[in-house]
Design a protein around this ligand. Structure first.
Ligand code: ADP
Length: 447
């Protein structure tokens, strides 16, 4: 079983890590592809605008035959010849509109950009630019991760044929916040990938948790069966020895011995009965039946009966059971047997888990709170650690430390009590500190 559990855990972990790694590598590829796609969309849009600007330039150039110009004509010469530059022939708005339309038609509707036409002959700055171009350009040269700077030489077909590779004007486009396009196109995928990864991890966690709980439960059940077998065998063995002794001739004649052996048999019989009763209590528990069979009950009267029932045990342990029954109203609706058992278990535990060196002092209190009656059982016993406290209501749970080991029980009592309190539409809570004692509090609705 242990080995199988380890194998299952390893297999699930491997497949989970594998799936997450594959997802990661797919995502990485998708991001790369998307980046390339966006890059080519940007290029495509910008080519369209360059085409337009180059056309403008061709028209401008057509004013003067090219072969009459020196290879790099000065601005003055151009002006003298009446030749204009692109910057003089188009407006910022015209280029802006062209770029906007081009970006939109290539799927980049929300592209944020600034641009400028730079003249090779003019060192003083752009000939023509959008208002924020300079600051955005400067920022883009520093933060290259989120911005793209594209510089396009504006060369006409004629210039290219002439071998002019160093044009007089260039178009510079600065695209800002470029990661936003990427995020916009892949966020759905990212969210889906994260969701599926989380689902896989959650499923894995639940599987392991369920296996662990089942394992713990099966260990507890084994413990319970061993414990029960031992607990039932002990009185049986004692009774068997006592009966054998009864057959002895010497004993038959001795009335005192006969009576002592009779008492032993009776005591062991009671012990067995209590144990069988406890197991039956847990096994036969049918919450729906409890709800159906409720009758009017008087809490103080039930507590009085319990005090009588425990009188012998209290005396044996030199214990004091103090009743502070302060509730004005104590009428509830409860099951005639289960209601008594549920309170009896608390008193039983308060006695069972007492300290060896101090006489048990148990205080039972009642008081009213809104439309409820609160019943508390406080002891000065061995108490419980925080870890134990969180488990005491689990079926078959028993704290296996120190002295507690010697105390008999099946770990069913408090589980039964909690189920019963809930069947009576109440709540149970507990406070305890190790070595100091425990306080169980039951709140029940009044009828
Ligand atoms: P059992 O008494 O048969 O072991 P219970 O369900 O009644 O089973 O109690 C579960 C565990 O809770 C006990 O084994 C004990 O460790 C702890 N416990 C219950 N009541 C008390 C108490 N009054 N003081 C200290 N420990 C307690």
């Amino acid at each position: 079983m242990k080995k199988l559990f380890a194998v299952i855990t390893v297999l699930i972990t491997l497949s989970m890590v594998g799936i997450i790694l594959i997802q990661y590598s797919w995502l990485k590829n998708v991001i790369l592809l998307k980046k390339e796609q966006i890059r080519s969309q940007i290029n495509q849009a910008e080519y369209e605008v360059i085409d337009y600007l180059v056309d403008v330039k061709s028209e401008v150039d057509a004013n003067v035959p090219l072969d009459m110009l020196p290879s790099n004509p000065s601005e003055e010469l151009l002006k003298m010849l009446g030749k204009k530059t692109i910057a003089e022939s188009v407006t910022v708005k015209e280029i802006h509109d062209k770029l906007r339309v081009a970006f939109s038609s290539n799927g980049l509707q929300n592209a944020k950009f600034q641009f400028a036409i730079i003249s090779a002959a003019n060192d003083e700055g752009p000939e023509l630019a959008t208002p924020e171009y300079l600051s955005v350009y400067e920022n883009a040269t520093i933060d290259t991760g989120h911005n793209i700077i594209d510089v396009w030489p504006l060369i006409t077909v004629e210039e290219s044929a002439e071998g002019i590779m160093n044009p007089k004007e260039k178009l510079v486009v600065v695209l800002t916040d470029t990661n936003a396009y990427l995020m916009k196109s892949i966020w759905g995928l990212l969210v889906a990938a994260a969701l599926f990864s989380l689902t896989i991890i959650a499923a894995f966690y639940l599987t392991i948790r369920t296996i662990l709980t089942q394992k713990k439960l099966s260990e507890m059940k084994t413990d319970f069966i061993n414990n029960m077998t031992h607990e039932l065998r002990t009185p049986l063995a004692t009774i068997s020895i006592a009966v054998d002794t009864l057959k002895n001739e010497k004993v038959i004649g001795d009335r005192d011995k006969l009576s002592a052996i009779g008492s032993i048999i009776k005591a062991e019989n009671i012990r067995m009965n209590t144990q069988v009763e406890q197991i039956l209590q847990a096994a036969q528990l049918d919450v729906n039946q409890v709800l159906k069979d409720k009758v009017p009950l008087n809490v103080h009267e039930v507590l009085g009966r319990l005090k009588d029932k425990f009188a012998l045990q209290l005396e044996e342990k030199n214990a004091v059971l103090e009743m502070q029954l302060g509730a004005d109203k104590d009428d509830v609706s409860g099951h005639p047997v289960h209601f008594v058992n549920m309170l009896s278990n608390l008193l039983d535990n308060a006695l069972k888990y007492s300290k060896d060196d101090i006489a048990p002092h148990i205080v039972v209190k009642t008081f009213n709170q809104k439309k409820n009656i609160v019943i508390s059982v406080e002891d000065n016993g061995i108490g419980m650690s925080k870890d134990t406290l969180s488990k005491i209501f689990d079926k078959f749970y028993r704290a296996h430390t120190g002295d507690i080991h010697n105390v008999k029980g099946f770990g069913l009592g408090l589980n039964y009590t909690r189920k019963m309190v809930e069947a009576h539409l109440g709540q149970i809570s507990v406070e305890s500190s190790l070595g100091k004692g425990s306080l169980f509090v039951i709140t029940l609705p009044l009828s």
